[in-house]
Design a protein around this ligand. Sequence first.
Ligand SMILES: *Cc1c(COP(=O)(O)O)cnc(C)c1O
Length: 360
Amino acid sequence: MRINVTQSFLPPFEEYQQYLSKIWENKWLTNNGPLLLELESKLKDYLGVENLLYTGNGTIALQIAIKAMALKGEIITTPFSYCATTTSILWENCTPVFVDIHFSDTNINADLIEAAVTENTVAIMATHVYGLPCDVEKIEAIAKKHNLRVIYDAAHAFGVKYKDRSLLDYGDVATCSFHATKVFHTVEGGCIIAQDPDLHEKMMLFRSFGHLGDEYFTVGINGKNSEFHAAMGLCNLPYVGKIIEGRKAVFEVYDEALDFSKVYKPVSHVSDLEYNYAYYPVVLKDEATTRKVIEALNKENIYPRRYFYPSLNQLSYVGEYRQHCPVSEDVSLRVISLPLHPELDPAVVRKVAEIINLNA
Ligand SMILES: *Cc1c(COP(=O)(O)O)cnc(C)c1O
């Protein structure tokens, strides 16, 4: 059996079927239907946030945030994330300015941000990589001092709490992805959380073509999602606690079985953290070892992923914006995320660890 980096959670089939029956009764398939509104309301409760928009995916969420804040100019960002963090900046015709990461938690190094601020800087867009929180206090202080907006790509952070508050409640705006591979998913989907209710209203308009009732207010986009996706969210949300528990159990088997004299696991700087066990990344000695380990795992039909490779500042299409980020460039060459999902057999986890220990 092929072992992938993750396996999407599926709720009991009958539970999804019950929601399908409702859709058939309502004959309402998309455009902010009753299931979508119910999901938004339940997500707000679960996350403890006021202003939340359910979107088509996590990438359009980032783009709508940039667009609605009318950001023009330089956005300071991390080179160590999924490509959507960078492409959303480029797609909205802003300039990414890459600031290097901390080795220890692989998040943007807040101590390096101020040196990158220029008169053209308008925002900071950072990712809570692997669900580990960025230095949110330091970033907020810098943003205040220089009058910058803060957007967090919190695609990995669903279910994470920092200081007893959802990590999605930090920043002017936080976005999340509910893609099938994430801790909580709706097949495709995402959300935008805004602190400012006016910005929230504006983003709601942008999500639906800039069109409300009979009026056409602005150039918007289609960032909506459907009743079928919302139904999957409503089915999955009650299982999030169990999913995180199951991930934690797998996580602990890796913790026990891996030889940490050979691999490094990114860890958070902060103590007041409730984690979601979204990923199990390990940093190996060098790129050659990384390739060797991947090959050895593949031979056993085990497929880790190179999250994240390449370092985004080295993407061909960032060309002229390319800053040197030595830590990110180094880590991205020798990091892999190991298979992790609640139903992963502990025996498989031990086998993965054994192969790594032997080859690292
Ligand atoms: C998954 C992911 C996204 C993209 O989300 P989609 O819902 O697939 O559009 C963006 N940023 C990060 C860090 C991600 O992991």
